[in-house]
Design a protein around this ligand. Structure first.
Ligand SMILES: NC(=O)c1ccc[n+]([C@@H]2O[C@H](COP(=O)([O-])OP(=O)(O)OC[C@H]3O[C@@H](n4cnc5c(N)ncnc54)[C@H](OP(=O)(O)O)[C@@H]3O)[C@@H](O)[C@H]2O)c1
Length: 276
């Protein structure tokens, strides 16, 4: 199976679909990660705060796939915001993963009230320049915050990973990303899965294409140009979620899914959300 790629602003690329690992921990977590890799996922998403980087590293080693062929994402949590603190938080992730370098490293949340994301970003640039991180980006950043990073440092994030699903398609933010060469990643791409996949609009589109409702939703992300990172502990569902490249939605179908917009599901407004 061939998975298309999206170019990053630094000459590297990401596959059009990745694998989320939130809640995959311990030996079952490592087994789920290994299974995802053998299924064909090459982009993995973890974070220090998921408390599973050890399991992700073990899963990579158990998969038998060359580490160099896998793109590992991790994220710096709020308690390590600040220039010097960023290096400490990064080393913790790197040690837990058991890897020499991290492929994509993101600031997990902007925490504007803490007011340190700019100096944190300067340290991320340094990590990249030292070769410890291949690409740097952010998560949950607004247009205003992205603009500030670029204006103050001249370095535009390669990626902004944000809440994105049919209830919250983020059209304005995606348009900004496109205009500035930032790749969008969709977290919780299935949203509140059981509710979304029961939507008549989605079940009808899925039936018309002979795919599952989940596949229709994930294909919608791909056609928006956003990289979904669905999490599944189950090998069959992992296979289902990556099998998106043999059908195509038409423009009316993409618009019909986008029209399900109602707002954020998880309440994590980047201007106010705090987690450390
Ligand atoms: N940057 C951030 O702030 C942030 C925030 C939240 C999440 N994330 C990342 O985004 C990833 C994905 O988000 P998420 O885990 O919240 O939600 P999600 O991927 O939208 O949904 C995961 C849920 O859907 C189920 N599922 C997956 N595929 C399915 C299928 N084909 N059929 C039926 N059920 C299916 C999973 O159950 P099973 O495991 O049983 O299949 C799980 O309960 C996370 O794992 C994490 O890596 C990032």
């Amino acid at each position: 199976m061939s998975i298309p790629t999206l170019a990053l602003n630094n000459g590297r690329a990401l596959p059009a679909i990745g694998f989320g690992t939130y809640n995959l921990r311990g030996e079952p977590g490592a087994a789920a990660v290994a299974s995802a890799i053998t299924t064909g996922y090459r982009l993995l998403d973890t974070a220090l705060n998921y408390e599973n980087e050890g399991a992700v590293g073990d899963g990579i080693r158990a998969s038998g796939v060359d580490r160099a062929d896998i793109i590992v994402t991790s994220k710096l949590p709020g308690r390590f915001h600040g220039y010097d603190e960023t290096f400490v938080g990064f080393e913790e992730s790197r040690a837990l993963l058991g890897l020499d370098y991290v492929d994509l490293y993101l600031i997990h949340w902007p925490l504007p009230k803490v007011g340190k994301y700019l100096e944190t970003w300067r340290a991320m640039i340094e990590l990249r320049d030292q070769g410890l991180v291949r690409s740097i980006g952010v998560s949950n950043f607004t247009i205003e915050q992205l603009t500030r990073l670029a204006d103050e440092t001249g370095v535009v994030p390669a990626v902004n990973q944000v809440e994105l699903h049919p209830r919250f398609p983020q059209a304005e933010l995606r348009a900004f990303h496109t205009a500035h060469g930032i790749v969008t990643e969709s977290w919780s791409p299935l949203g509140n899965r059981s509710e979304i996949t029961a939507e008549p609009v989605i079940t009808r589109i899925a039936a018309d294409h002979g795919v599952t409702a989940t596949q229709a939703v994930l294909r919608w992300h791909v056609q928006l140009g956003a990289i979904p990172i669905p999490k599944s502990a189950n090998p069959e569902r992992q296979q289902e979620n990556i099998d998106l490249f043999g059908f195509e939605l038409d423009d009316a179908e993409v618009s019909a899914i986008s029209a399900l917009e109602s707002g954020r599901l998880w309440g994590g407004d980047p201007d106010t959300h705090e987690e450390f």
